[in-house]
Design a protein around this ligand. Structure first.
Ligand code: ADP
Ligand code: MG
Ligand code: ZN
Length: 642
């Protein structure tokens, strides 16, 4: 056992002691409205006791033998029955007379008997009783006992109350606690060691650096409290999906070796009003008991969305939860040793109240990795994979520009699977390339069959993109053309790998991109004389780019270096409001159309000139389905006129 492991074990022991539970074991909450709930149950129990006593007393009556009417009459005739009680629905005959006192349960010596029979409309019955000298009397219908009358009033009332509370709590009026309907059922789990360290996260060095302070504080809270330094209460991790926000939060807990309370924003959003708020209370209570520790609220946007007035229904629960979160955050001091981490990929929709000082006042950007970062992430995720000699992680990193850490982890995994499927012992570079394509263009779907005419059109279209890129000086080199349909909607594709990461594009580079986008449709027109819907996406991207050049980037002739803002970013005019005149809108529309058409004609003329190259390359593409970048270049070089 080396030292590190021992420390690890020591820490786990102390953690157990501190938490009084096994790490990872659930601890529950009794619910917030304990008292209210109890008083209701007392009431219920008393009610049940009344019922029981009542039915017990009713059962304390003498044994009455049920007999037929003619038997009853006979018993009167042979003087067995000496006294008859005429009730509403039956006669009850007793074998003793009034002198012997026939009251409840007092049975005279010699054994008394009682008989009952259902009434029969018999006019001779009373004369018979007179004749035989039988005592007879009548009793009115039995009055319900006081208990059962109370009950008959109360029961419906109780039901109505229960029903009303259920409905009320669903509609969101704060009727919590009754019958524990809204009790907090979800257990909050304190994770022990997350097993993640900073070394498992790459490509986000700046974010790591900022979080190191948090780790240091959690490790030595005393150091900070003695000096009285200000420690952040809440840290918000902001960044696109899959960049490692959740991973970083786990790494902070792992590095600091403190309990980690993790909940997703969606966990707080429940059907019953009050549950989310109760969970927040519970979470913070547990965290305080286990400090120093970390609370991590993943995807906080689920509850932290900006509040919008008092809407009709729907959002009450979320708002209550959010308010509770704000209250809890304000209510404690970071010196207690609890740090709240939260993650979101949509910081813009968060309620501003969350970002105020004393709450999530520190934001850490977790961005997509750059070339070096991607290389580091690939290294982490290929640690346990046997790599072939030809594998060049740097090349893979180059080819995966724009992908996030999660995508890269996926690619490494996918490449390994590919090797296993191919029965190979090590993962090759080709496996990685295939995995990247899968991740970039969606899953390969060979099963999707195009008819020969469609296939031909797709092939010309893709060659059109590739050839336009080849013919345009400054365009990214083509690395692959394929007409194997992938994912949803993409019938074919042309990949151009950028040689470096791009953070900005010059005006001429934008024009090159537009040309390449238009190349597909232009090729269709050159070959078939008409165009198809297959280019819809290219066309909208090209016109969108042109429009943005005019409105956003200030690249038009008339509004050079001036932005024309629209509230709906990107596409001006469509539904969004704008801050410029109708005339300007007209100019934008006309200018967009003019530039797109101008570029289209240029691209078309170039392809027309190189129709032979277009035909040759396409026929090989139709044959092989896929052309590598090198093969394409070879063909283009020999056929292109200039
Ligand atoms: P997010 O929470 O930002 O959406 P995650 O942290 O859930 O992303 O990332 C998902 C997975 O992707 C991680 O478990 C990890 O395997 C991988 N991953 C993401 N970013 C990184 C990174 N920067 N370094 C290493 N692995 C990463
Ligand atoms: Mg996440
Ligand atoms: Zn296209």
């Amino acid at each position: 056992m080396n030292n590190e492991q021992k420390n690890d074990k020591d820490w786990k022991e102390s953690l157990k002691k501190r938490m009084n539970i096994e790490p990872g074991i659930h601890t529950g909450d009794k619910g917030p409205q304990k008292k209210y709930t109890f008083s209701f149950w007392y009431f219920f129990i008393i009610l049940m006791a009344f019922l029981a006593i009542n039915s017990f007393m009713v059962s304390r009556q003498p044994n009455i033998v049920q007999i037929d009417y003619n038997q009853f009459k006979q018993l009167v005739e042979n003087r067995t029955i000496k006294r008859v009680n005429i009730e509403t629905e039956r006669y009850v005959g007793y074998s003793f007379s009034l002198g012997q006192i026939a009251t409840d349960g007092i049975i005279p010596e010699g054994g008394a008997q009682a008989f009952a029979t259902y009434k029969v409309e018999d006019p001779s019955f009373v004369p018979l009783l007179d004749e035989m000298n039988v005592e007879y009397f009548a009793t009115p219908p039995p009055k319900p006992s006081i208990f059962s009358s109370i009950l008959s009033y109360l029961l419906p009332f109780v039901f109505i109350v229960i029903l009303w509370r259920i409905i009320f709590s669903r509609m969101g009026g704060g009727g919590q606690g009754v019958l524990s309907f809204t009790q907090n059922k979800a257990k909050i789990v304190a994770e022990g060691d997350t097993g993640i360290r900073f070394a498992d996260v790459a490509g986000v060095d700046e974010s790591k650096y900022e979080l190191e302070e948090v780790v240091d504080f959690l490790k030595n809270p005393d150091k900070y409290t003695e000096i009285g330094g200000k420690i952040p209460k809440g840290v918000l991790l902001v960044g696109p999906p899959g960049t490692g926000k959740t991973l970083l939060a786990k790494a902070v807990a792992g590095e600091a070796q403190v309990p980690f309370f993790r909940m997703s924003g969606a966990d707080f959003v429940e059907m019953f009003v009050g549950v989310g708020a109760a969970r927040v209370r519970d979470l913070f209570r547990q965290a305080r008991e286990n400090s120093p520790c970390i609370i991590f609220i993943d995807e906080i946007d689920a509850i932290g969305r900006a509040r919008v007035g008092a809407g009709i229904g729907g959002n009450d629960e979320r708002e209550q939860t959010l308010n509770q979160l704000l209250v809890e955050m304000d209510g404690f001091d970071s010196r207690t040793g609890v740090i709240i981490l939260a993650a979101t990929n949509r910081p813009e929709i968060l309620d501003q109240a969350l970002l105020r000082p004393g709450r999530f006042d520190r934001q850490v950007l977790v961005d997509k990795p750059d070339l070096k970062g991607r290389y580091e992430i690939l290294k982490i995720h290929t640690r346990k994979i046997t790599l072939g000699d030809d594998v060049d992680l740097n090349k893979i990193a180059q080819a995966s520009a724009g992908l996030a850490g999660a995508d890269l982890a996926n690619i490494a995994n996918e490449a390994a699977l590919m090797a296993v499927r191919g029965g190979r012992k090590a993962v090759s570079q080709a496996d990685f390339e295939e995995a990247i394509e899968k991740s970039v263009a969606g899953l390969e779907r060979k099963s999707r069959i195009l008819n020969p005419k469609e296939r031909e059109r797709v092939a010309y279209h893709e060659t059109g993109h590739a050839l336009t890129a080849y013919l345009t000086e400054g365009a990214e080199p083509v690395s692959k053309i394929s007409i194997i349909p992938r994912g949803f909607g993409a019938l074919g594709y042309t990949l151009q790998y950028p040689t470096e990461d791009r953070f900005l594009l010059s005006e001429s580079e934008l024009i090159i991109n537009i040309d390449t986008l238009l190349g597909g449709r232009a090729a269709e027109e050159v070959v078939f004389g008409d165009i198809s819907t297959g280019a819809g996406n290219d066309i909208s991207r090209a016109s969108d780019l042109v429009r943005r050049m005019i409105t956003e980037f200030g690249m038009s002739d008339r509004f050079r270096n001036i932005t024309l803002p629209t509230t709906q970013s990107g596409i001006a005019g469509v539904g969004g409001s704008r801050d410029y005149s109708e005339k300007t809108q007209e100019y934008i529309d006309n200018e967009t159309a003019r530039i797109v058409n101008e570029r289209y004609e240029i691209v078309k003329a170039n392809l027309e000139k190189n129709k032979e190259a277009l035909l040759t390359i396409t026929s090989e593409l139709l044959e092989d389905e896929v052309l590598s970048g090198d093969r394409f270049e070879e063909l283009a070089k020999s056929k292109v006129i200039g």
